[in-house]
Write a protein that binds this ligand. Sequence first.
Ligand SMILES: Cc1cc2nc3c(=O)[nH]c(=O)nc-3n(C[C@H](O)[C@H](O)[C@H](O)COP(=O)(O)O)c2cc1C
Length: 205
Amino acid sequence: MKHEIYYFSGTGNSLYAAEKIAFNLNAELIPVASIADSEKIIITADSAGFVFPLYYQGLPVVMMEFFDKIEFTNESYVFAVVTRGLAPTGGVLNKMNSILKNRNMKLDYGAYVTMPSNFFLPVDKGVEKNYDKFNLKIDRKISAICSDLRKGNKRIEFEPVFFYMISGIKYIFQIWIQPGPCLMPMINVRAAEHVPASVSEKISA
Ligand SMILES: Cc1cc2nc3c(=O)[nH]c(=O)nc-3n(C[C@H](O)[C@H](O)[C@H](O)COP(=O)(O)O)c2cc1C
């Protein structure tokens, strides 16, 4: 059986998940960035997975462009693993299903992995103290996903529209109230003024 995993990762979380899943399934790992210029992407694998981060409750542009170009040659088992910074934000698995339906395919399996948010660097919220616990939870979730994928399970993680809309608002609210260096250029200046000493030391180190 031929397994392929297409991934995009801005800061490494999705790469971490993709590598673990690829190792587990003995799958070929393909960076979406390496084929971004292709006009068409033909998927011939028996199982094709997509691993990428959640951006603004949706797909990163690079993934949207990628999905516009894909074509399947057979009835592949299709799965998506989406990393995110805050549970239970989401809404992207249903979107992906609609995209795939336009290609007469469907999403067989979809799951989220909540990982450190790269929207903001963690700022003095006790996050560092809980890293071990957090990492253990991440690894457990990835192991559960691998076990599902090996069995060919068909299941899409529940993402109630109302819930993810509310949590999306919470996420955006968090952006404005949480002081810290922001990775988004548009609010970098504002956030930088409030960088706590501990964080600015880490940045300049
Ligand atoms: C532009 C941008 C938008 C994001 N939007 C969301 C979001 O809506 N919900 C969420 O939970 N996390 C959001 N995040 C956090 C990432 O999804 C999360 O940290 C992810 O694991 C990063 O994966 P990566 O390291 O592979 O890029 C966002 C991050 C960025 C950079």
